[in-house]
Design a protein around this ligand. Structure first.
Ligand SMILES: [Zn+2]
Length: 169
């Protein structure tokens, strides 16, 4: 990674942490994504994992909250307005309209609302990020030792309430 990009990441991470009491990030399933070679390159090029580490470091230094929501949170395909979950949300779709109430969404903005709301719910309830997919399929070598915490979407009412707070703020 170039020095310029690293400096840029430091600056962006610092701004994020200084300007916000809490930063919620999505723990992208990079290992799974690298099977998709095109996407993996985008993520590696962007230095996403390193950027998340910088945020974590700086949040600690500045006494800010930093929380990763579960990588299984359907942040992109859930309508942040009504909670309807779309069947699919291909990466190329940048704008979409919810079929239920016709709310128009910018993909990233909608996902950000969902992540912020989920992060608040998980923090409030001291739930950690789940390390298993919703189906309950075991990941890793020792399924018995994997912590199974609640995630926001497993408590739809709480998640919906938190989304409404974000929408009305
Ligand atoms: Zn909707």
């Amino acid at each position: 990674m170039s020095r310029a990009r690293r400096d840029y990441h430091h600056k962006q991470a610092l701004n994020l942490v200084r300007d916000n009491q809490a930063v919620y990030v999505e723990d992208l399933y990079i290992v799974g994504m690298v099977r998709n070679r095109r996407l993996a390159r985008v993520i590696y090029d962007a230095g996403w994992a390193q950027f998340l580490r910088l945020i974590e470091e700086k949040a600690e230094r500045y006494g800010r909250t930093q929380h990763k929501v579960s990588r299984w949170l359907p942040s992109s395909k859930t309508c942040s307005a009504c909670g309807h979950v779309m069947d699919t949300m291909p990466l190329k779709v940048r704008d979409w309209v919810c079929a239920v109430r016709g709310v128009a969404h910018d993909r990233d903005h909608n996902a950000a609302i969902n992540i912020l709301a989920a992060g608040r719910v998980e923090r409030q309830n001291a739930w950690g990020a789940s390390v298993r997919p919703p189906s309950g399929e075991a990941q890793g070598d020792e399924p018995g030792s994997i912590r199974r915490d609640m995630t926001a979407w497993e408590s739809p009412a709480l998640w919906r309430g938190a989304r409404q707070q974000v929408w009305s703020s």
